[in-house]
Design a protein around this ligand. Structure first.
Ligand SMILES: Nc1nc2c(ncn2[C@@H]2O[C@H](COP(=O)(O)OP(=O)(O)OP(=O)(O)O)[C@@H](O)[C@H]2O)c(=O)[nH]1
Length: 395
């Protein structure tokens, strides 16, 4: 399963965000994937399920469908202990680094209200500085991996005349492709022994951009100071996706729904809720719901579902594809309609899908059928978002 990491300095609402993302919805109920470690959990991407458009009733197996919305599980890891100089092993540094390594992408959580200082204490802070600090911390972590035994390594690369191979080995935990390493060192001196420290720092930064895509959650967006800070952040970090979030409101809504107090409504990217029984509310609750309504009117949603969805669909460029075995009934052999939702990288082909389902299917690939249009497509057919595909294989 794909994994996304939450990073942020203390007190920005990271734990609240983690709980809001991973606590089970009232309707999701028990799911085979439960918490593996205390800082890991399962969250759900949400996307319109093709069952609605096709007018069929689906029987999902690897995901869930509620009211025509597909809930696709992904793993979330709370990367704890990001304090200044974590890369040097300060705080929970090493555990942090190990968790970081596993994540395909990161949600960088900052306190957009600016009410927490550099070390995470209540006080005055600036979310712009926090983003810079967090990015630098990750760069330094990569720099540290990159430069381990650098003298020996650069000499070896020089002798073997193959710096790309040497770098790929050195960075193996980060899963960086050779062509990406080549691109990152395109304007560097041919002799790695001549690379200066600032070159290595620049390389670390470029490798971070390639291997750890980052989306920013501007959390505590419900606090009054957040608005102007979010505008400043959007100006400062134009190349990043910034999503205003209120983890606290998301968690409150989730729990209120679980308790049967409200019903949440999601429509065209906007969310709202209705109170099911006014008589059950205390005055305090009434006030809290008013605060929440106000926030939703301003921002459209709590941003928590959105930040996760955008991390996968916009940042990691994933699409969702539904493999089936019966192209007329859109089902597997047992008759389950639209049983599985697969996350695939945009640009993946029908053959890639076959391999993802099973190596045998990939190796014996003959052709595929686009089940919506009922036409044959070849191995190189580029999958589209929401495609329903039957693979025909010799094995
Ligand atoms: N107003 C507001 N407060 C929030 C929000 N999210 C979290 N908080 C509050 O911020 C404080 C810190 O939240 P945590 O989730 O514990 O923060 P953390 O980043 O996990 O902190 P550590 O556990 O120390 O790493 C708590 O009092 C939360 O209730 C939010 O979206 N809005």
């Amino acid at each position: 399963m794909s994994m996304i990491g939450l990073v942020g300095k203390p007190n920005v609402g990271k734990s609240t965000m983690f709980t809001a993302l991973t606590e089970k919805d009232a309707e999701i109920g028990n799911y085979p994937f439960t918490t593996i470690e205390p800082n890991k959990g399962v969250a759900y991407l949400t996307k319109e399920c093709p069952c609605k458009e096709l007018g069929v009733k689906c029987n999902p197996r690897n995901s869930k469908c509620i009211d025509g919305i597909r809930y696709i599980p992904v793993e979330v890891i709370d990367v704890a202990g990001l304090v200044p100089k974590a890369y040097e092993g300060r705080g929970m540094g090493n555990k942090f680094l190990d968790d970081l390594r596993k994540a395909d992408a990161l949600i960088l959580v900052v306190d957009a209200s600016g009410r927490t200082d550099k070390e995470g204490n209540i006080g005055e802070g600036d979310p712009i500085e926090d983003v810079k600090f967090l990015l630098n911390e990750i760069d330094m972590w990569i720099y540290k991996i990159l430069t381990r035994n650098w003298d020996r390594l650069s000499r070896r690369a020089q002798q073997e005349k193959n710096i790309v191979k040497v770098l790929k080995e050195q960075l193996s935990g980060l899963n960086i492709k050779e062509e990406d390493i080549k691109e990152a060192i395109r304007d560097f001196d041919e002799s790695p022994i001549k690379w200066k420290d600032e070159d290595l720092l620049l390389l670390a930064k470029r490798l971070r951009l390639i291997s750890k895509p980052i989306i920013i959650a501007a959390n505590k967006a419900d606090l009054p100071e957040a608005k102007k800070n979010i505008e400043r952040m959007k100006k400062e970090f134009k190349e990043y996706i910034i999503v205003p979030t209120s983890a606290e409101i998301e968690l409150a809504l989730k729990r209120a729904e679980k308790a049967g107090l409200i019903k949440r409504i999601f429509r065209e990217g906007k969310e709202d809720f209705i109170i099911l029984d006014e008589s059950k509310l205390t005055n305090e609750m009434r006030k809290a719901f008013e605060y929440i309504k106000n926030f939703l009117e301003k921002y459209g949603s709590t941003g928590v579902r959105e930040v996760l969805n955008r991390a996968y669909f916009d940042l990691l460029n994933m699409i969702v594809v539904y493999p089936v075995e019966d192209e007329n009934r859109f089902s597997d052999k047992q008759g389950n309609v639209l049983p599985d939702a697969y996350l695939m990288k945009k640009g993946s082909t029908a053959r890639d899908l076959a391999y993802k389902i099973h190596t045998d299917l990939g190796e014996g690939f003959i052709y595929a059928i686009d089940a919506r249009r009922k036409i044959r497509v070849g191995a190189d057919y580029e999958l589209k978002d929401n495609d329903i595909i039957k693979i025909v294989s010799a094995r």
